[in-house]
Design a protein around this ligand. Structure first.
Ligand code: FMN
Length: 402
Protein backbone atom coordinates (compact mmCIF):
# COMPACT_ATOMS: atom_id res chain seq x y z
CA UNK A 1 0.00 0.00 0.00
CA UNK A 2 3.09 2.20 0.19
CA UNK A 3 2.61 5.35 -1.95
CA UNK A 4 -1.01 4.50 -2.80
CA UNK A 5 -3.46 7.41 -3.09
CA UNK A 6 -6.85 6.16 -2.05
CA UNK A 7 -10.14 8.03 -2.12
CA UNK A 8 -12.62 6.46 0.28
CA UNK A 9 -16.23 7.18 -0.65
CA UNK A 10 -18.47 6.64 2.37
CA UNK A 11 -22.21 6.20 1.81
CA UNK A 12 -25.22 6.10 4.08
CA UNK A 13 -25.25 2.65 5.63
CA UNK A 14 -24.98 1.73 9.27
CA UNK A 15 -21.56 0.16 8.59
CA UNK A 16 -20.20 3.68 7.98
CA UNK A 17 -19.28 3.63 11.66
CA UNK A 18 -16.47 1.20 10.75
CA UNK A 19 -14.88 3.53 8.19
CA UNK A 20 -12.58 5.37 10.64
CA UNK A 21 -11.03 1.97 11.38
CA UNK A 22 -10.74 1.32 7.63
CA UNK A 23 -8.96 4.65 7.12
CA UNK A 24 -6.54 3.81 9.91
CA UNK A 25 -5.87 0.33 8.47
CA UNK A 26 -5.17 1.76 5.01
CA UNK A 27 -2.90 4.44 6.43
CA UNK A 28 -1.03 1.92 8.57
CA UNK A 29 -0.33 0.08 5.30
CA UNK A 30 1.30 3.24 3.95
CA UNK A 31 -1.52 4.68 1.83
CA UNK A 32 -2.64 8.31 1.75
CA UNK A 33 -6.41 8.46 2.18
CA UNK A 34 -8.88 11.22 1.34
CA UNK A 35 -12.54 10.77 2.21
CA UNK A 36 -15.68 11.84 0.42
CA UNK A 37 -19.16 11.31 1.89
CA UNK A 38 -22.71 11.30 0.67
CA UNK A 39 -25.15 13.45 2.66
CA UNK A 40 -26.70 10.25 4.09
CA UNK A 41 -23.28 9.03 5.29
CA UNK A 42 -23.08 12.06 7.55
CA UNK A 43 -25.97 10.57 9.53
CA UNK A 44 -23.81 7.59 10.52
CA UNK A 45 -20.27 8.95 10.94
CA UNK A 46 -19.13 12.49 11.63
CA UNK A 47 -16.96 14.08 8.92
CA UNK A 48 -14.71 15.37 11.69
CA UNK A 49 -13.82 11.82 12.70
CA UNK A 50 -12.78 10.92 9.16
CA UNK A 51 -10.92 14.20 8.81
CA UNK A 52 -9.01 13.49 12.01
CA UNK A 53 -8.06 9.89 11.19
CA UNK A 54 -7.20 10.66 7.55
CA UNK A 55 -5.39 13.92 8.28
CA UNK A 56 -7.07 15.40 5.18
CA UNK A 57 -10.10 17.57 4.53
CA UNK A 58 -13.29 15.55 3.97
CA UNK A 59 -15.59 16.30 1.04
CA UNK A 60 -19.21 16.13 2.07
CA UNK A 61 -20.88 18.10 -0.70
CA UNK A 62 -20.49 18.40 -4.42
CA UNK A 63 -20.36 22.15 -4.18
CA UNK A 64 -17.89 22.41 -1.27
CA UNK A 65 -14.87 24.56 -2.04
CA UNK A 66 -11.81 22.91 -0.61
CA UNK A 67 -9.02 23.64 -3.07
CA UNK A 68 -8.96 27.19 -4.36
CA UNK A 69 -9.28 27.44 -8.15
CA UNK A 70 -9.86 23.70 -8.74
CA UNK A 71 -13.02 21.82 -9.56
CA UNK A 72 -12.89 19.77 -6.44
CA UNK A 73 -14.47 16.47 -7.45
CA UNK A 74 -12.31 16.34 -10.61
CA UNK A 75 -9.16 17.13 -8.64
CA UNK A 76 -10.03 14.37 -6.19
CA UNK A 77 -10.86 11.95 -9.02
CA UNK A 78 -7.53 12.69 -10.72
CA UNK A 79 -5.57 12.39 -7.47
CA UNK A 80 -6.87 8.87 -6.73
CA UNK A 81 -5.09 5.75 -7.86
CA UNK A 82 -7.85 3.70 -6.23
CA UNK A 83 -11.42 4.54 -5.28
CA UNK A 84 -13.01 2.47 -2.52
CA UNK A 85 -16.71 2.86 -1.79
CA UNK A 86 -17.35 1.45 1.68
CA UNK A 87 -19.95 0.89 2.81
CA UNK A 88 -21.63 0.86 -0.60
CA UNK A 89 -25.39 1.25 -0.12
CA UNK A 90 -27.92 -0.31 -2.46
CA UNK A 91 -28.72 3.21 -3.58
CA UNK A 92 -25.12 4.11 -4.43
CA UNK A 93 -24.52 0.76 -6.19
CA UNK A 94 -27.52 1.59 -8.38
CA UNK A 95 -26.10 5.03 -9.13
CA UNK A 96 -22.66 3.62 -9.94
CA UNK A 97 -24.16 0.98 -12.24
CA UNK A 98 -26.14 3.59 -14.16
CA UNK A 99 -23.66 6.44 -14.21
CA UNK A 100 -25.60 8.88 -12.04
CA UNK A 101 -23.56 11.67 -10.50
CA UNK A 102 -25.57 13.72 -8.01
CA UNK A 103 -23.34 13.63 -4.93
CA UNK A 104 -19.60 13.83 -4.41
CA UNK A 105 -19.06 10.02 -4.19
CA UNK A 106 -20.91 9.08 -7.38
CA UNK A 107 -19.46 12.07 -9.22
CA UNK A 108 -15.88 11.17 -8.28
CA UNK A 109 -16.63 7.55 -9.32
CA UNK A 110 -17.70 8.74 -12.75
CA UNK A 111 -14.84 11.21 -13.17
CA UNK A 112 -11.98 8.99 -12.04
CA UNK A 113 -9.86 6.70 -14.17
CA UNK A 114 -8.72 4.80 -11.09
CA UNK A 115 -10.02 1.29 -10.44
CA UNK A 116 -13.04 1.00 -8.19
CA UNK A 117 -13.51 -1.38 -5.24
CA UNK A 118 -16.91 -1.54 -3.55
CA UNK A 119 -17.83 -3.07 -0.18
CA UNK A 120 -21.61 -3.53 -0.24
CA UNK A 121 -23.49 -3.46 3.06
CA UNK A 122 -27.23 -3.62 3.48
CA UNK A 123 -30.24 -5.53 4.73
CA UNK A 124 -30.31 -9.11 3.37
CA UNK A 125 -33.48 -8.51 1.35
CA UNK A 126 -32.06 -5.36 -0.22
CA UNK A 127 -28.95 -7.39 -1.08
CA UNK A 128 -30.91 -10.26 -2.64
CA UNK A 129 -33.24 -7.98 -4.57
CA UNK A 130 -32.89 -8.61 -8.32
CA UNK A 131 -32.32 -4.88 -8.87
CA UNK A 132 -29.29 -4.88 -6.57
CA UNK A 133 -27.94 -8.14 -8.02
CA UNK A 134 -28.32 -6.85 -11.56
CA UNK A 135 -26.56 -3.58 -10.66
CA UNK A 136 -23.78 -5.59 -9.12
CA UNK A 137 -23.47 -7.81 -12.20
CA UNK A 138 -23.19 -4.67 -14.35
CA UNK A 139 -20.46 -3.31 -12.13
CA UNK A 140 -18.53 -6.61 -12.08
CA UNK A 141 -18.75 -6.82 -15.84
CA UNK A 142 -17.21 -3.39 -16.01
CA UNK A 143 -14.26 -4.59 -13.94
CA UNK A 144 -15.36 -3.16 -10.61
CA UNK A 145 -14.01 -5.25 -7.75
CA UNK A 146 -16.37 -6.32 -5.01
CA UNK A 147 -15.41 -7.32 -1.47
CA UNK A 148 -18.04 -8.96 0.75
CA UNK A 149 -20.67 -8.74 1.96
CA UNK A 150 -20.32 -11.20 4.81
CA UNK A 151 -23.05 -13.36 6.27
CA UNK A 152 -24.16 -12.91 9.87
CA UNK A 153 -26.35 -10.90 12.21
CA UNK A 154 -27.28 -7.60 10.57
CA UNK A 155 -27.80 -4.30 12.37
CA UNK A 156 -31.39 -4.24 11.07
CA UNK A 157 -32.19 -7.37 13.09
CA UNK A 158 -32.17 -9.81 10.15
CA UNK A 159 -29.69 -12.68 9.72
CA UNK A 160 -28.02 -13.28 6.38
CA UNK A 161 -25.76 -11.81 3.75
CA UNK A 162 -25.30 -8.07 3.95
CA UNK A 163 -22.66 -7.23 6.55
CA UNK A 164 -19.86 -5.07 5.26
CA UNK A 165 -16.54 -6.93 4.98
CA UNK A 166 -14.26 -6.13 7.91
CA UNK A 167 -11.82 -3.22 7.42
CA UNK A 168 -8.85 -5.63 7.29
CA UNK A 169 -10.52 -7.62 4.49
CA UNK A 170 -11.29 -4.44 2.53
CA UNK A 171 -7.68 -3.30 2.94
CA UNK A 172 -6.45 -6.74 1.77
CA UNK A 173 -8.73 -6.56 -1.28
CA UNK A 174 -7.52 -3.01 -1.97
CA UNK A 175 -3.91 -4.22 -1.96
CA UNK A 176 -4.80 -6.60 -4.80
CA UNK A 177 -6.28 -3.90 -7.01
CA UNK A 178 -3.81 -2.17 -9.27
CA UNK A 179 -1.00 -4.79 -9.18
CA UNK A 180 -0.20 -6.99 -12.20
CA UNK A 181 -3.34 -8.92 -13.17
CA UNK A 182 -2.39 -11.68 -15.60
CA UNK A 183 -5.66 -13.55 -14.96
CA UNK A 184 -7.89 -10.48 -15.39
CA UNK A 185 -11.05 -11.45 -17.27
CA UNK A 186 -10.86 -15.09 -16.16
CA UNK A 187 -13.52 -16.54 -13.90
CA UNK A 188 -11.91 -19.24 -11.75
CA UNK A 189 -14.09 -21.78 -10.00
CA UNK A 190 -12.30 -23.64 -7.19
CA UNK A 191 -13.55 -26.41 -4.94
CA UNK A 192 -11.83 -27.07 -1.64
CA UNK A 193 -12.04 -29.13 1.52
CA UNK A 194 -13.77 -32.38 2.22
CA UNK A 195 -17.47 -33.10 2.03
CA UNK A 196 -19.58 -34.41 4.91
CA UNK A 197 -22.20 -37.05 4.26
CA UNK A 198 -24.78 -37.32 7.03
CA UNK A 199 -25.35 -40.70 8.66
CA UNK A 200 -27.85 -39.44 11.22
CA UNK A 201 -28.70 -36.20 13.03
CA UNK A 202 -25.28 -35.95 14.66
CA UNK A 203 -22.87 -38.14 12.66
CA UNK A 204 -21.33 -37.87 9.24
CA UNK A 205 -18.86 -39.59 6.94
CA UNK A 206 -15.99 -37.23 6.23
CA UNK A 207 -12.34 -37.16 5.29
CA UNK A 208 -9.14 -35.47 6.38
CA UNK A 209 -8.99 -32.76 3.72
CA UNK A 210 -8.31 -29.35 5.32
CA UNK A 211 -9.07 -27.23 2.25
CA UNK A 212 -5.65 -25.55 2.42
CA UNK A 213 -4.67 -26.43 -1.16
CA UNK A 214 -7.92 -25.15 -2.73
CA UNK A 215 -7.95 -22.02 -0.57
CA UNK A 216 -4.36 -21.32 -1.67
CA UNK A 217 -5.36 -21.66 -5.35
CA UNK A 218 -8.36 -19.37 -4.83
CA UNK A 219 -6.27 -16.69 -3.09
CA UNK A 220 -3.53 -16.83 -5.73
CA UNK A 221 -6.03 -16.62 -8.61
CA UNK A 222 -7.61 -13.53 -6.98
CA UNK A 223 -4.17 -11.95 -6.56
CA UNK A 224 -3.62 -12.49 -10.27
CA UNK A 225 -6.78 -10.56 -11.07
CA UNK A 226 -9.29 -13.35 -11.71
CA UNK A 227 -12.84 -13.29 -10.46
CA UNK A 228 -12.84 -16.27 -8.09
CA UNK A 229 -15.65 -18.40 -6.74
CA UNK A 230 -14.65 -20.85 -4.02
CA UNK A 231 -17.02 -23.71 -3.29
CA UNK A 232 -15.86 -24.94 0.10
CA UNK A 233 -16.69 -27.92 2.23
CA UNK A 234 -16.77 -27.27 6.00
CA UNK A 235 -13.57 -25.41 6.87
CA UNK A 236 -12.48 -22.89 9.48
CA UNK A 237 -9.99 -21.33 7.06
CA UNK A 238 -10.55 -17.62 6.40
CA UNK A 239 -11.88 -16.66 2.96
CA UNK A 240 -8.96 -15.33 0.87
CA UNK A 241 -9.21 -11.64 -0.07
CA UNK A 242 -11.22 -10.91 -3.18
CA UNK A 243 -12.81 -14.38 -3.29
CA UNK A 244 -16.54 -15.15 -3.30
CA UNK A 245 -17.12 -18.20 -1.10
CA UNK A 246 -20.03 -20.63 -1.21
CA UNK A 247 -20.13 -22.98 1.77
CA UNK A 248 -21.50 -26.49 1.21
CA UNK A 249 -21.54 -29.72 3.19
CA UNK A 250 -22.37 -32.72 1.04
CA UNK A 251 -21.15 -33.88 -2.37
CA UNK A 252 -24.62 -33.24 -3.78
CA UNK A 253 -24.60 -29.65 -2.49
CA UNK A 254 -21.13 -29.19 -3.92
CA UNK A 255 -22.30 -30.49 -7.29
CA UNK A 256 -25.23 -28.06 -7.35
CA UNK A 257 -23.04 -25.08 -6.40
CA UNK A 258 -20.43 -26.04 -9.02
CA UNK A 259 -23.00 -26.52 -11.79
CA UNK A 260 -24.62 -23.20 -10.85
CA UNK A 261 -21.32 -21.35 -11.30
CA UNK A 262 -20.00 -23.39 -14.23
CA UNK A 263 -21.59 -21.43 -17.10
CA UNK A 264 -19.48 -18.36 -16.27
CA UNK A 265 -16.27 -20.19 -15.32
CA UNK A 266 -13.32 -20.15 -17.71
CA UNK A 267 -11.10 -22.23 -15.41
CA UNK A 268 -12.15 -24.88 -12.90
CA UNK A 269 -9.75 -26.20 -10.27
CA UNK A 270 -11.34 -29.12 -8.46
CA UNK A 271 -9.24 -29.49 -5.33
CA UNK A 272 -11.99 -30.74 -2.99
CA UNK A 273 -11.93 -34.25 -1.57
CA UNK A 274 -15.44 -35.28 -2.51
CA UNK A 275 -16.83 -38.37 -0.80
CA UNK A 276 -17.34 -41.19 -3.33
CA UNK A 277 -20.18 -42.62 -1.27
CA UNK A 278 -22.95 -41.40 1.02
CA UNK A 279 -25.31 -43.18 3.38
CA UNK A 280 -28.22 -44.59 1.39
CA UNK A 281 -30.77 -43.64 4.05
CA UNK A 282 -29.46 -41.05 6.53
CA UNK A 283 -31.52 -41.06 9.72
CA UNK A 284 -33.19 -37.78 10.62
CA UNK A 285 -32.82 -38.66 14.30
CA UNK A 286 -29.76 -39.83 16.19
CA UNK A 287 -29.20 -43.58 15.85
CA UNK A 288 -29.30 -45.11 19.34
CA UNK A 289 -27.53 -48.34 20.22
CA UNK A 290 -30.59 -49.58 22.07
CA UNK A 291 -32.72 -49.37 18.91
CA UNK A 292 -30.38 -51.52 16.80
CA UNK A 293 -30.90 -55.24 16.14
CA UNK A 294 -27.37 -55.91 17.41
CA UNK A 295 -25.39 -53.88 19.91
CA UNK A 296 -22.10 -55.16 18.42
CA UNK A 297 -22.36 -54.33 14.73
CA UNK A 298 -24.04 -51.76 12.56
CA UNK A 299 -24.33 -52.15 8.82
CA UNK A 300 -24.48 -48.96 6.82
CA UNK A 301 -25.53 -49.12 3.21
CA UNK A 302 -23.69 -46.63 1.01
CA UNK A 303 -24.55 -45.36 -2.45
CA UNK A 304 -22.37 -43.65 -5.04
CA UNK A 305 -22.14 -39.88 -5.04
CA UNK A 306 -22.11 -37.91 -8.29
CA UNK A 307 -18.67 -37.64 -9.92
CA UNK A 308 -18.43 -33.85 -10.14
CA UNK A 309 -15.08 -33.78 -11.92
CA UNK A 310 -16.15 -36.20 -14.65
CA UNK A 311 -19.44 -34.37 -15.05
CA UNK A 312 -17.89 -30.95 -15.63
CA UNK A 313 -15.33 -32.44 -18.02
CA UNK A 314 -18.25 -33.69 -20.13
CA UNK A 315 -20.23 -30.46 -19.78
CA UNK A 316 -21.04 -28.55 -22.97
CA UNK A 317 -19.82 -25.27 -21.40
CA UNK A 318 -16.60 -26.85 -20.29
CA UNK A 319 -13.87 -24.55 -18.94
CA UNK A 320 -10.22 -25.56 -18.65
CA UNK A 321 -10.44 -28.24 -15.95
CA UNK A 322 -7.78 -29.17 -13.40
CA UNK A 323 -8.43 -32.25 -11.27
CA UNK A 324 -6.72 -33.42 -8.10
CA UNK A 325 -5.91 -36.95 -7.04
CA UNK A 326 -4.83 -38.00 -3.58
CA UNK A 327 -3.11 -41.37 -3.82
CA UNK A 328 -1.23 -43.50 -1.37
CA UNK A 329 0.38 -45.90 -3.89
CA UNK A 330 1.42 -46.01 -7.56
CA UNK A 331 0.98 -42.24 -7.68
CA UNK A 332 1.78 -41.49 -11.31
CA UNK A 333 0.16 -44.55 -12.87
CA UNK A 334 -3.07 -44.13 -10.89
CA UNK A 335 -3.12 -40.43 -11.75
CA UNK A 336 -2.61 -41.12 -15.47
CA UNK A 337 -5.54 -43.52 -15.43
CA UNK A 338 -7.71 -41.06 -13.50
CA UNK A 339 -6.90 -38.27 -15.94
CA UNK A 340 -7.80 -40.45 -18.93
CA UNK A 341 -11.01 -41.63 -17.27
CA UNK A 342 -12.23 -38.15 -16.28
CA UNK A 343 -10.90 -36.20 -19.27
CA UNK A 344 -9.43 -33.18 -17.48
CA UNK A 345 -6.73 -30.90 -18.92
CA UNK A 346 -4.29 -31.35 -16.06
CA UNK A 347 -4.24 -33.62 -13.05
CA UNK A 348 -2.41 -32.72 -9.85
CA UNK A 349 -1.49 -35.89 -8.02
CA UNK A 350 -0.35 -35.84 -4.45
CA UNK A 351 1.16 -38.62 -2.49
CA UNK A 352 -0.67 -38.60 0.82
CA UNK A 353 1.62 -41.31 2.20
CA UNK A 354 4.62 -38.96 1.99
CA UNK A 355 5.79 -36.87 4.95
CA UNK A 356 4.96 -33.15 4.48
CA UNK A 357 2.41 -33.77 1.77
CA UNK A 358 -1.34 -34.13 1.39
CA UNK A 359 -4.09 -33.54 3.93
CA UNK A 360 -3.78 -30.77 6.50
CA UNK A 361 -0.12 -30.17 5.73
CA UNK A 362 1.07 -26.64 4.79
CA UNK A 363 3.33 -28.18 2.18
CA UNK A 364 2.59 -30.48 -0.69
CA UNK A 365 4.69 -32.67 -2.96
CA UNK A 366 2.77 -32.97 -6.19
CA UNK A 367 3.16 -34.33 -9.68
CA UNK A 368 1.48 -32.57 -12.61
CA UNK A 369 0.16 -35.17 -15.03
CA UNK A 370 -0.74 -34.07 -18.57
CA UNK A 371 -3.12 -35.68 -21.06
CA UNK A 372 -0.20 -36.83 -23.26
CA UNK A 373 1.08 -38.86 -20.30
CA UNK A 374 3.97 -36.47 -19.50
CA UNK A 375 4.62 -35.83 -15.85
CA UNK A 376 6.25 -32.95 -14.01
CA UNK A 377 7.42 -33.85 -10.54
CA UNK A 378 7.75 -30.98 -8.05
CA UNK A 379 9.64 -31.06 -4.76
CA UNK A 380 7.78 -30.56 -1.47
CA UNK A 381 6.67 -26.89 -1.52
CA UNK A 382 4.37 -24.63 0.47
CA UNK A 383 0.81 -25.02 -0.85
CA UNK A 384 0.83 -21.32 -1.81
CA UNK A 385 3.77 -22.01 -4.14
CA UNK A 386 2.13 -25.10 -5.59
CA UNK A 387 -0.90 -22.88 -6.27
CA UNK A 388 1.27 -20.32 -8.07
CA UNK A 389 2.97 -22.97 -10.25
CA UNK A 390 -0.38 -24.57 -11.00
CA UNK A 391 -1.85 -21.25 -12.14
CA UNK A 392 1.23 -20.59 -14.31
CA UNK A 393 0.45 -23.85 -16.12
CA UNK A 394 -3.26 -23.13 -16.36
CA UNK A 395 -2.64 -19.64 -17.75
CA UNK A 396 -0.58 -21.26 -20.54
CA UNK A 397 -3.49 -23.58 -21.31
CA UNK A 398 -5.64 -20.44 -21.60
CA UNK A 399 -3.05 -18.83 -23.87
CA UNK A 400 -1.66 -16.32 -21.32
CA UNK A 401 1.53 -16.17 -19.31
CA UNK A 402 0.19 -16.52 -15.77
C1 FMN B 1 -30.81 3.60 10.26
C2 FMN B 1 -30.60 3.39 8.79
C3 FMN B 1 -29.71 2.46 8.35
C4 FMN B 1 -29.51 2.22 6.98
N1 FMN B 1 -28.61 1.29 6.59
C5 FMN B 1 -28.45 1.04 5.28
C6 FMN B 1 -27.51 0.08 4.84
O1 FMN B 1 -26.81 -0.56 5.64
N2 FMN B 1 -27.39 -0.15 3.52
C7 FMN B 1 -28.14 0.52 2.60
O2 FMN B 1 -28.01 0.23 1.42
N3 FMN B 1 -29.02 1.46 2.99
C8 FMN B 1 -29.19 1.76 4.29
N4 FMN B 1 -30.08 2.70 4.68
C9 FMN B 1 -30.80 3.45 3.66
C10 FMN B 1 -29.91 4.51 3.03
O3 FMN B 1 -29.43 5.40 4.05
C11 FMN B 1 -30.68 5.28 1.97
O4 FMN B 1 -30.99 4.41 0.90
C12 FMN B 1 -29.91 6.49 1.46
O5 FMN B 1 -30.66 7.11 0.46
C13 FMN B 1 -28.56 6.08 0.90
O6 FMN B 1 -27.93 7.22 0.36
P1 FMN B 1 -26.47 7.20 -0.25
O7 FMN B 1 -26.35 5.99 -1.08
O8 FMN B 1 -26.41 8.46 -1.05
O9 FMN B 1 -25.52 7.28 0.89
C14 FMN B 1 -30.27 2.96 6.03
C15 FMN B 1 -31.17 3.91 6.49
C16 FMN B 1 -31.35 4.11 7.82
C17 FMN B 1 -32.34 5.13 8.27
Amino acid sequence: MEQRRIVLGVTGGIAAYKTPELVRTLRRGGAAVRCAMTPAAGEFVAPLVLQTVSGEPVRTGLFDRVEEGAIDHVALADWADLLIVAPATANTLAKLAHGLADDVVSTVALATQAPLLVAPAMNVNMWRHPATQSNLATLRQRGVRVVGPETGALACGWEGEGRMAEPAAIAAAAALVGGPRPLAGEVVLVTAGGTREPVDAVRFLGNRSSGKMGFAVAGEAARRGAEVVLVAGPSALPTPAGVRRLDVETAQEMREAVLGELPRATIAVMAAAVADFRAARPEIRKIRKEDLPSEETLTLELVRNPDILAEICRHERRPVVVGFAAESQDLVETARRKLARKGCDLLVANDIAREGSGFDSDTNAVVFVWPGGEVEELPSLPKTEVAALLLDRVAKLRGGDG
